[in-house]
Design a protein around this ligand. Structure first.
Ligand code: M6R
Length: 618
């Protein structure tokens, strides 16, 4: 939700690197983009509504070329419509301070009123301009040098309530100053001899350095070439640990695919294998996580699991519930992280709050797990980003090895989460003795041999079959996705994908619930996709296909249940596997069908309207 970058280089021109950083972070928001740079001691700004390409055009005048220090922003609008004037960076009245911001200043209206009463005037409708003017005004009271600016930042931000990751660029009496401060949203910094760099996520840093430092809440960092100084909330200079990033800069490219989403769908054979293969111990029919996470002592102390997440990640959590209850016999609840805090959750002794999150920075998920901890739960997570806030706040983590996911619609991160959930369920079940060595070995063997089945769903022929299904149904008035048991959340995820990238109304429903309401929607204009795998619930789900057909509905059967294919109007076959693993396979054709429908409708697949990849505000 908004991406910020900043750099102070030893030589050359800072702007191309900032633009490149913004291009990598554009998935975090794409309502506008802007850059401020110091040129010959003067702070200059270019900013444009819309995509980064608009900013690049504006930069062609060369007015920002040749500077050594700069900050940049790609916006997901919260306060004020997307427009040039509401774009970041924002400046204070002195013209010597520019600010980019990711987050929300909750008391901005109050602060703005005070500033207006004090004679300030505003250009934009944003909360960020309030911040810029407040910092600038406070700086004037403190002095004119860098030390005064840092004192001013602390004072000004001490008056702010809300969440922010900000970068501040200033021309001070003692030079150019690049500062960053964090309270909530993520901020990563790194330095080399050639420069000091900051970014909302590691993807913006890997072109410069793989050694990164995650700032903590309350940290204020000053960046210069080869030098990073961090002071904590108490104002003391602190050393934050530096971590090596495994992601490669090339991971953030499209790799020849027309869209990140398609590339990421095709990465799933690797991702699923990477997430499970080194953790599977076939000899013991068990799972070993790095660092002994989820060992017997931990697993045997769990009385109950509370799963928390949002969107796609919560769908993975819903599937994890079936797996853990079914295999390990533990009570599991799940909740929207965004709702958990707004009911009165009862956290029983022995509860583990399991956060599932790709980014590890989703504000609602972080907030919900913090509350769960306050209420006595231990916190664990399934997460894709090592070093993220969620990982740092978890006692035990299963890292999914999906690599950077750039497409706003989550695909490979979801199947990696499902893979991790299978591993976790087996680990708990083996530890608690609800699964024998042979049973563990059988399921883990099937998982370790899943790769060819995943690949078979991504051959030209299989992809063409999903494209045909998309062509046949792209004109449908609406879509109903049905599934039962462990494949019910797959139906929810199928519907979410379609809504998200193709802007088509779709509902995911538990197949058995259809006759309690949604069946009234069935007519020839409604496409009904039924996810069905062989297993105990297959026959019941088949009946739902019959019921839809009897009412003139159009059915597409997706899964391994051949008998469903025989009765549906059309079908997309999926290889047979254990019912517990079937969600991993069944998801893939649904991702492709949504992708192709979005393509047919001419949608912006990687940057769907109104969305942002990481929702770092509530
Ligand atoms: O980073 P997270 O996994 O915590 O993100 C949670 C959701 O915002 C995310 O899954 C969202 O629903 C996706 N855009 C769906 O494709």
């Amino acid at each position: 939700m908004c991406g910020i970058v900043g750099a102070y280089v030893a030589s050359g021109d800072v702007v191309p690197g900032l633009v490149q950083g913004l291009s990598v972070l554009e998935y975090r928001g794409y309502d506008s983009a802007g850059i401020a740079a110091v040129i010959d001691g003067e702070l200059r700004v270019r900013k444009r509504r819309g995509r980064l390409s608009n900013l690049e055009e504006a930069l062609e005048d060369g007015g920002l070329s040749g500077g050594l220090a700069g900050i940049g922003h790609t916006r997901w609008a919260t306060h004020g419509v997307p427009s040039d004037v509401n774009s970041h960076p924002h400046q204070g009245a002195s013209g010597r301070v520019a600010v980019v911001h990711n987050g929300i200043i909750e008391n901005y209206a109050l602060l703005k009123r005070e500033l207006l009463e004090g004679g300030e005037s505003f250009l934009s409708e944003t909360d960020t301009e309030v911040l810029a003017r407040l910092i600038d005004q406070t700086w004037a009271e403190e002095g004119t040098d860098q030390a005064a600016l840092m004192r001013a930042m602390r004072r000004a931000l001490g008056r702010v309530s809300g969440y922010y990751a900000i970068a501040v660029l200033a021309t001070t009496d003692d030079g150019t100053c690049l500062l960053a401060m964090r309270q909530g949203p993520p901020l990563v910094v790194g330095t080399t001899e050639d420069g000091g760099f900051l970014s909302s996520d590691v993807l913006g840093l890997v072109p410069h350095t793989r050694q990164v430092v995650y700032l903590e809440d309350g940290d204020l960092a000053q960046l210069e070439p080869g030098r990073l100084t961090v002071t904590d909330a108490a104002g003391d200079v602190v050393e934050r640990p530096s971590r090596e990033v495994e992601w490669d800069p090339s991971d953030s490219g499209r790799g020849g695919y027309p869209h990140y989403m398609l590339k990421e769908i095709h990465e799933q054979p690797d991702v699923i294998e990477r997430t499970c293969i080194d953790r599977i111990d076939l000899a013991s029919g068990d799972v070993r996580f790095e660092g002994g996470a989820f060992d017997d002592a931990f697993c045997n102390s769990i009385e109950r699991i509370q799963i928390l997440g949002c969107g796609t990640a919560l769908h993975a959590g819903q599937i994890a519930r079936y797996l853990i209850e079914g295999l390990a016999g533990l009570p599991v609840e799940f909740d929207f992280a965004s709702e958990f805090r707004y009911r009165s959750p009862r956290v029983a002794p022995g509860t583990v709050a399991l956060a599932i999150t790709q980014s590890g920075e989703t504000a609602d998920t972080l907030g919900a797990t913090r509350l769960a901890r306050e209420l006595g739960a231990r916190v664990a997570s399934i997460c894709n980003v090592a070093g993220s806030s969620q990982v740092r706040e978890s006692e035990a983590t299963i890292l999914t090895h999906a690599g950077p996911e750039i497409g706003v619609a989550s695909t490979k991160a979801f199947t990696a989460q499902l893979t991790a959930a299978v591993l976790l369920a087996v680990r708990i079940a083996r530890s608690r003795g609800t699964m024998s060595e042979d049973e563990g070995r059988a399921l883990l063997t099937e998982l370790s041999e899943l790769r060819p089945k995943v690949e078979s769903l991504l051959t030209q022929e299989s992809v063409a079959r999903t494209r045909d299904a998309a062509r046949t149904h792209a004109g449908a008035r609406g879509f109903l996705f049905l599934g039962r048991g462990v494949n019910f959340p797959v139906a929810l995820e199928g519907a979410l994908k379609l809504k998200e990238i193709a802007y088509v109304h779709a509902e995911g429903y538990a197949a058995g619930e259809m006759k309690h309401g949604p069946i009234a929607l069935i007519d020839p204009g409604m496409a009904v996709l039924v996810v069905n795998a062989e297993g105990p619930v297959a026959e019941k789900t088949r009946s739902n296909i019959e019921q839809v057909k009897a009412r003139g509905g159009v059915t597409v059967s997706v899964g391994s249940d051949g008998a469903s294919h025989a009765i549906a109007d059309s079908y997309v076959p999926v290889p047979r596997t254990s019912e517990w693993l079937s969600p991993i396979l069944n998801t893939i054709p649904l991702q492709l069908i949504s992708y192709h429908i979005a393509e047919i409708h001419g949608c912006d697949i990687d940057k769907p309207r109104n969305l942002a990849k990481s929702v770092t505000v509530e």
